[in-house]
Ligand binder design. Structure first.
Ligand code: IVH
Length: 663
């Protein structure tokens, strides 16, 4: 085992390296949460082994430094950092300790959001903004006056009578989430390296040599504290904040004066819920003693004041190794990549997969197998890859030239399309997907024919075409894993039962491109029999006002094509109903299904999604309960998503929703 002294030394070196990447380059290799964990580990070791504790350890001083690219500015009062608390208990224990020191159970605290930006100091001389500086190493910062002056949020001249002759304010320079997204998109279009998070973007933008670039970045500012002040006395932090507002500064709307830990705790709950809906990133809350006299009595260490603590929210980001880029073939042949990751804990779950959307996304991220990636889970069900944190691969990833399932030819349907498709209609992966779709709940609804059964019938070669389903007998299921006799009996019954499904379900089950459940119902209602569909011309499909051109063309192609016609004929020969009977098991596909919509949906406004669900016979409820069938969750989904997970309700994203309605 590594000896303690070496371990401490290694951790210190590691932290110093990460500090440089974070503060100087704005290109961290690890997430904030992982950085904090390293600091905590070093703190623990230093406490347990005081012999090896050093005053110059990264745990004992403000991290960061002033780069020589800017003029140094010596802070009149050091700019400190904050001690962190990672749990309610740690926060409560700091709170109780502080109250005890004053023996005042009514001691007031102010609780404010901890904006995830970069610390800055603004000096106003006789009310005029004169100097702007970064925190640097806490003693000396960087002169970024010209850049600071490009930020619209702060007054050039304080809007009050008789301003203090020296007023050094401190606050957080940050970038709005929306501006951050736009900035990263622009950087990535220009082939540059994206910022990992808004904090790095704010820091990188504030420390530009050309203030024109800073101006373009649309930075914002919130004031939170002060340094040296001559000509004005404050008694409370809350009074100071109000004064800043009068001076023309923007204040955070969420801050609260509390005099019990219960109130603090409630505010933490409220802000945790609200976190994702704010248009700027917060990584926690800062709890401060309100009285400035009491603050002075408590004083500070070299690193942080004793009168404040930062309650940190759990990190949304983590880094891990991307071990494999897997290409999956859908039922229409579309090949989509997804990332297999070394399992990593994030937000209470272990993550081992991430979405990659399409092959263009891989190119944009310049990611390949072996790279260390930064992943983020911000309300979304499946995490996404934010960027490559450390490049390990030497070559570019190439989209598959051949279908990963059948080895057949791969093509793009047209120039604009980003997706690659396997064009082999016999492709086993496509067939597997088609089969899964055919038997699924909203299609032929064959109860018990789940993914595990699909995989086993295919592996045991019991099935080569869709109509073979209707030739399966009890003996075919002998020896299936997790398959008891009763289950086989029930499955055979369910298969037989499915022959009676109405035409609308059969049309949907056939998985015709651009023909979802709604179009299937319309087509079945209008044409009534499969015979009529076989005979229909393109014009006949186009005549139905609810059917668009794309669906009409696809329907025509499907019912005209000899191979797909044969699939239907085989099903007819197997006894599958080819008419739209009135005896449908369910009136419409979503009948008795309840949906809850949450988070920000990208493609569909909530109203639109609700309209679709209702038009398909479903219900939309406002809260999640055991009766909920699906939770359609967009980005930044909060408590409803958590509830759904708790109750084991099926959570779907927009892509899965589209699959359900088969767009
Ligand atoms: S009070 C001793 N209030 O967090 C510093 N800081 O991790 C007193 N921060 O360097 C700062 N939001 O830049 C304070 N509402 C808030 C804050 C806040 C963000 C930053 C600050 C500080 C860093 C420490």
């Amino acid at each position: 085992m590594e000896n303690i002294q070496n371990l401490i030394e290694r951790l210190r070196k590691e932290l110093t390296r990460h500090n440089a990447l974070y503060y100087d380059k704005n290109e961290p290799e690890i997430s904030d949460g992982e950085y904090d964990a390293l600091v905590r580990e070093l703190e623990r070791l230093e406490q347990e082994h005081p012999l090896f504790a050093l005053s110059k350890s990264p745990t004992k001083k403000v991290s960061g430094y002033a780069s020589s690219s800017f003029q140094p500015i010596k802070h009149a009062v050091p700019m400190l950092s904050l001690d962190n608390a990672y749990s309610r208990e740690e926060t409560a224990s700091w709170y109780e300790r502080t109250v005890k020191k004053f023996n005042d159970s009514k001691l007031e605290f102010v609780i404010e959001p901890k904006v995830d930006g970069v610390s800055a100091s603004l000096t106003y001389l006789d009310g005029i903004l004169t100097v702007g500086a970064t925190r640097g190493d806490g003693e000396t910062g960087e002169d970024v006056t010209e850049n600071i002056k490009t930020i619209q949020d702060m007054p050039r001249k304080l809007k009050i009578e008789n301003p203090p002759n020296f007023f050094e304010l401190r606050g957080e320079v940050y970038i709005d989430k929306s501006d951050f997204e736009k900035l990263n998109e622009k950087i990535s279009c220009l082939g540059g390296q994206k910022f990992a998070n808004p904090r790095n973007a704010a820091s990188g933008s504030l420390r530009q040599k050309n203030s024109q670039i800073t101006a373009e970045r649309n930075l914002s500012f919130f004031v939170h504290s002060f340094g040296k002040v001559d000509g004005k006395q404050f008694e409370k932090q809350s009074e100071f904040l109000k004064y800043c507002q009068d001076c023309g500064f923007k204040l955070q709307s969420d801050f609260k004066i509390c005099s019990s830990f219960g109130e603090v705790s409630k505010f933490i709950d409220m802000m945790f819920q609200k976190r994702d809906s704010l248009n700027y990133e917060i990584d926690g809350l800062v709890i401060k003693v309100n009285s400035l006299k009491s603050q002075n009595e408590l004083g500070s260490t070299n690193k942080s004041p004793r009168w404040a603590v930062a309650f940190k929210f759990p990190s949304k980001q983590a880094t891990t190794k991307l071990t494999k880029i897997r290409a999956q073939v859908g039922r229409t042949g579309m090949i989509t990549p997804s990332a297999v990751l070394d399992p990593v804990p994030l937000g209470g779950v272990t993550i081992s997969r991430a979405t990659l959307h399409n092959f263009e996304e891989i190119e944009r991220l310049n990611v390949n197998e072996g790279d260390i990636v930064l992943i983020e889970r911000a309300g979304d069900v499946i995490p996404k890859i934010v960027k490559v944190a450390r490049k390990e691969s030497k070559v570019f990833f190439k989209p598959p030239q051949k279908c990963p399932s059948c080895g057949g030819e791969v093509a793009k349907e047209n120039e604009e399309e980003v997706a690659y498709r396997c064009i082999n209609p016999e492709c086993p992966a496509q067939f597997r997907r088609r089969l899964m779709h055919f038997v699924s709940r909203n299609a032929m609804d064959i109860d018990g024919f789940g993914e595990a059964v699909v995989d086993q019938v295919l592996e045991k070669k019991k099935l080569r075409k869709l109509s073979d389903i209707y030739r399966l007998s009890y003996n075919d299921f002998v020896g299936f894993e997790l398959f008891k006799d009763k289950k086989a009996d029930n499955l055979i019954k369910a298969i037989a039962e499915s022959k009676k499904r109405p035409l609308s379900r059969l049309i949907f089950a056939l998985g015709i491109r651009h023909v979802g459940e709604k179009v299937s119902e319309i087509v079945a209602k209008r044409f009534k029999t499969m015979e009529a569909l076989f005979a229909a011309s393109l014009e006949d499909f186009l005549k139905v006002s609810e059917i668009g051109e794309v669906s009409a063309l696809s329907l025509k192609e499907f019912f005209e094509n000899a191979t797909t016609r044969r699939v239907v004929e085989d099903l007819a020969l197997s006894g599958v109903s080819m008419t739209e009977t009135e005896t449908s098991k369910k009136g419409s596909q979503f009948e008795e299904r309840t949906f809850v919509l949450t988070g920000e949906l990208e493609k569909y406004a909530r109203e639109k999604a609700a309209e679709i669900i209702k038009s398909l016979g479903g219900k939309v409820a406002s809260s999640v309960s055991k009766k909920t069938d699906y939770v359609l969750a967009g980005a930044k989904a909060g408590s409803k998503l958590e509830k759904a997970k708790e109750l084991n309700v099926k959570i779907i994203d927009e892509a899965e929703f589209e699959e359900l309605i088969n767009i």
